[in-house]
Design a protein around this ligand. Structure first.
Ligand code: 13P
Length: 260
């Protein structure tokens, strides 16, 4: 289960990614916490891991291009512009310096009825604008207890990723819904099993490039469990919620990469 290389292929050149999803948290003063993160993001750490922070969209412009940490959004509409009150387009995210957008988070799937097809359309919108799609998938507790996890996430990854998915334009985040914000995580073996199944599915569909698509784990990642979770085969980073709000916690998670 443990591995010596983070990537299936030695040709993999991209660094692992630790992404922070602030959800609906933060304020104009959060830029200070973001600056603290950048202060701790030493060249030594940057050589090992890429960092991305996804604040609420109203703070995107303030944080983007502020320092060496990339900034992205938490959602976008699939259209370029138009009569979609309250929505923002991938082009708008790009225009203020955003480099990525999370699509299909379970909180959007559950709270707003977003389907796999909606998520795929948003991923295509991200590419159209020239930013990376961070596509989220994950099973519910009920599905986990029914032994359906692998079947559910395999179907989600298949339907949520458009055919033009590449390791350059897309990152996949596996987030078991029951592990989000609960302090509970799957066992290391369970995470490794799911990521192996996802990797197999990606390679089957996208060939060699499928072995390079970064697969993040998300759900109650914190400094104390980062060493174990991030060092698993086919885990190429983390999508972090609560622990991405504090520089010390976020850097503590990213810092796991200094130990491998
Ligand atoms: P927590 O890290 O707070 O469990 O949230 C995970 C998540 O949903 C990130 O997108």
């Amino acid at each position: 289960m443990q591995k010596t290389h983070h990537w299936s292929l030695n040709t993999m050149s991209a660094r692992p990614l630790v992404a922070g999803n602030w959800k609906m948290n933060g304020n104009p003063q959060s830029v200070e916490e973001f600056r603290k993160m950048a202060e701790g993001y030493t060249p030594e750490l940057a050589a090992k891991v890429e960092l991305l922070i996804c604040p609420p969209a109203v703070f995107l412009a303030q944080l983007a291009n502020e320092n060496s940490i990339s900034v992205g959004a938490q959602n976008c509409h699939s259209a370029v512009s138009g009569a979609h009150t309250g929505d923002i387009s991938a082009e708008m995210i790009k225009s203020v310096g955003g480099t990525a957008v999370i699509v299909g988070h379970s909180e959007r799937r559950e709270g707003y009825g977003e389907t796999d097809a909606d998520v795929a359309a948003k991923a295509e919108a991200a590419w159209r604008a020239g930013i990376t799609a961070v596509v989220c998938i994950g099973e519910s507790l009920e599905q986990r207890e029914a032994g359906e996890t692998i079947a559910v996430v395999t179907e989600q990854i298949t339907k949520s990723l458009p055919d033009a998915t590449t390791s350059e334009n897309t990152v996949v985040a596996y987030e078991p819904i029951w592990a989000i914000g609960t302090g509970k995580t799957p066992t290391a073996q369970d995470v490794a099993d799911v990521h192996k199944a996802l990797r197999d599915s990606l390679v089957e569909r996208f060939g060699e490039d499928g072995s390079k698509i970064r697969l993040l784990y998300g759900g109650s990642v914190k400094p104390s469990n980062a060493d174990e979770l991030l060092n698993l085969a086919n885990v190429n980073g983390a999508l972090v919620g609560g622990a991405s709000l504090k520089a010390d916690d976020f850097l503590g998670i990213a810092g796991a990469y200094l130990n491998f």
